[in-house]
Design a protein around this ligand. Structure first.
Ligand code: TXA
Ligand code: MG
Length: 310
């Protein structure tokens, strides 16, 4: 992959316009939020989301938080119950992320949710992140803007040290206010579960939950990763008659992750094609070999989990 020169621009009108331009072109851009700097890309564009993983060097695909401007935009992506809406009205914008069921007609890429049927949503308060959301006009997927395994960045200089040469732009908005990633809660029918403690303090959360009928389970575990309902065979060159073959490169298959061996494209297509394979009238799924380098490491990690005996 070519190493872009990483520019740092002040988070003024010009910087924000340039960030929105790059996001529109499918690039990830580091943007300050009130918690930590995020590496933001168009959540509706699978290739753009794949570039987040590539830049971070993430060896597996974790579901990402989707950032939107307001509750109305969030309701276009997820299904809100009265309780979820009440939480949103009281605490958004702010460092609270809610995990909610995805709407059937959502436009976010399957790579953002790592194939799950739920999505993590947050309405950030930071004026720079809000300006970038407004200027780009799309929901933004954004994990912390650091290389995989490194600590979260709270200043532009941290981002540069970790991702310099791997992303085109960092918007410098100074130090972040909280310095800690957002609190994540799963808002379910019967209860609200705490998935990740954060700046939104537990006392306050306790008060919120007391208003409803739920309880907090803390600290909760991340929901399990998407696995297809059917069995999956890996590194397949020739499918058996009862197998739906997902190809790559020279292995054509019934469909292909990427005929041109583009790992970005393959990552962007992965979860959609697995879901699709589950719906086909074939008993099993087969997948062509994927090279074990770059994003291929993360793709193979997910495929091995999906293929693991259950
Ligand atoms: O403060 C923050 O939340 C920062 C800023 C940039 O907004 N973002 C952030 O994103 O910390 P990230 O990717 O580091 O955290 C995403 C975490 C996942 O590791 C997972 O725990 C949780 O959010 N998550 C995302 N989608 C989920 C889902 N559908 N179900 C359960 N957990 C989910
Ligand atoms: Mg992180």
């Amino acid at each position: 992959m070519s190493a872009p020169e990483t520019r740092i621009l002040p988070a003024d009108a010009d910087g924000i316009a340039e960030a929105a331009r790059l996001i529109g072109a499918g690039q990830p851009v580091a943007v300050p939020t009130e918690t930590v700097y995020g590496l933001a890309a168009d959540a509706t564009n699978g290739g753009a989301v794949a570039r987040i993983y590539a830049a971070k060097g993430r060896p597996s695909f974790n579901p990402l938080i989707v950032h939107v401007l307001d509750l109305a935009a969030a309701e276009q992506i997820a299904v809100f119950t009265d309780r979820a809406r009440a939480l949103a009205k009281r605490y958004w914008p702010g460092p609270l992320t809610m995990v909610l069921p995805l709407r059937d007609d959502r436009r976010v890429s399957g790579l953002v949710t790592a194939g799950l049927e739920t999505v993590a949503l947050r309405v950030p308060a930071h004026p720079v992140m809000r300006a970038v959301l407004a200027a780009s006009g799309v929901p933004l997927a954004a994990p912390s803007a650091n290389a995989s395994g490194a600590i979260s960045p709270t200043r532009a200089a941290h981002v540069l040290a970790s991702l310099g040469g791997r992303i085109p732009l960092i918007l410098d908005g100074g130090a972040t206010a909280h310095g800690l990633e957002s609190t994540i809660v799963a808002v379910e029918e019967e209860k609200v579960r705490l998935l990740r403690p954060g700046p939104f303090n537990a006392d306050e959360l306790g008060a919120v939950i007391d208003c409803g009928t739920g309880e907090i389970e803390a600290p909760g575990q991340l929901a399990s990763h998407y696995a297809p309902a059917k069995s999956l065979r890996l590194n397949v060159l020739h499918a058996d008659p009862d197998e739906w073959l997902i190809g790559f490169g020279p292995v054509a298959g019934q469909v292909s992750l990427s005929p041109g061996r583009d790992l970005l494209e393959a990552a962007a297509n992965l979860f959609e094609l697995l879901h699709q394979a589950d719906r086909k009238p074939f008993a099993r799924i087969a997948v062509a070999p994927i090279p074990e380098n770059g994003l291929g490491v993360a793709i193979n990690d997910r495929l091995r989990r999906a293929a693991a005996p259950r």
